[in-house]
Design a protein around this ligand. Structure first.
Ligand code: A2P
Length: 297
């Protein structure tokens, strides 16, 4: 895999970045500092993770100049109607003047305190607010994009937007391949970023026989096989999460898989489908993810 993928803005986004979903304050500072000190040049966080401040501490502690790494954060669901304020808050939390990428975290507008999407708010209006901020403040936003968008949602977005999202960040691993979304994004020049490439915490994929067999062949960990599977998909980059030094180091080692190995890995989904990220408020299928219905995890 090449070391970066080109966004539709012309910017390069590294192929492997550090994910921080579920990386708790207290641990994430060190993970970010360690990753940056050891060659990572992409860090992903979100307002919803409640760790932006600590991610910022780690960024600073690393000594790596801000201009040398790619930083992504996301607009939280309750902030759809207050995007400008949310952007300022994220910049302040992270201690930075700009974001390389700002994503709508979910097409699920809520209001502070609401427990489910509020149907009277349209996420398309949220996108329009993000577009406005992007155009008005190029010094603060280098790119904007979306996350957790299915094909159906992307079609509606593309039919109604002025700025084509640079990225769609979605869950991708052998038990959640979302090939339809990847194909659609490839065709439209939207980079797909894979989150939970291992299948998140306590993933059964790390014990999967096919994954283990391929890992043994290349003398790498099962995690490397899973991360490499995503890194080698055209137009895709990947965000393995870890707060463990040895894993942070090892996870950036990408190997080339044969077409046959890729097929074997892709076949896992036929018998073992699951999604690691399914907030209770999504309601299976209601965000246009029909493959969620048979989640078995
Ligand atoms: P930890 O952060 O404690 O090191 P995903 O990227 O799919 O969301 O997976 C993250 C989960 O996988 C976390 O529980 C993380 O644990 C664990 N993990 C990260 N890297 C590895 C690895 N190389 N081997 C095994 N587990 C890993």
């Amino acid at each position: 895999a090449s070391k970066s993928v080109k966004l539709n803005t012309g910017a390069e986004m590294p192929t492997v970045g550090l994910g921080t979903w579920k990386s708790a304050p207290g641990a994430v500072e060190h993970a970010v500092e360690f990753a940056l000190k050891n060659g990572y040049r992409s860090i992903d966080t979100a307002a919803a993770y409640k760790n932006e401040t600590e991610v910022g501490v780690g960024m600073k502690a690393s000594g790596v100049p801000r201009s040398e790494f790619f930083l992504t954060t996301k607009l939280d669901n309750p902030d759809h109607e207050r995007a400008a304020e949310a952007l300022e808050q994220s910049l302040k939390n992270l201690g930075t003047d700009y974001l390389d990428l700002w994503l709508m975290h979910w097409p699920a507008p809520m209001t502070p305190g609401s427990v489910a999407p509020v149907k009277t708010i349209d996420w398309l209006d949220t996108w329009k607010s993000m577009e406005k901020l992007y155009k008005a403040h190029p010094e603060k936003l280098r790119a904007i994009g979306v996350s957790n968008f299915s094909v159906e949602y992307l079609e509606r977005l593309l039919a109604n937007c002025e700025v084509v999202p640079a990225v769609n960040q979605i869950e991708l691993h052998p038990s959640c391949p979302q090939q339809d979304v990847v194909d659609f994004c490839n065709a439209k020049g939207i980079v797909v970023t894979a989150y939970s490439p291992l299948g998140s915490d306590n993933s059964p994929l790390l014990q999967n026989e096919v994954v283990k067999k391929i890992a043994e062949k290349y003398n790498v960990q099962p995690a490397n096989v899973l991360i490499s599977l995503q890194a080698n998909r055209p137009g895709v980059n990947v965000l393995p999460k870890s707060v463990t030094n040895a894993r942070i180091l090892s996870n950036s080692n990408i190997i080339d898989l044969t077409a046959e190995e890729v097929k074997e890995l892709n076949d896992i989904d036929k018998t073992h489908h699951f999604r690691a990220c399914h907030p209770s408020w999504t309601g299976w299928g209601s965000l246009g993810f029909p493959d969620c219905k048979d989640a078995d995890k």
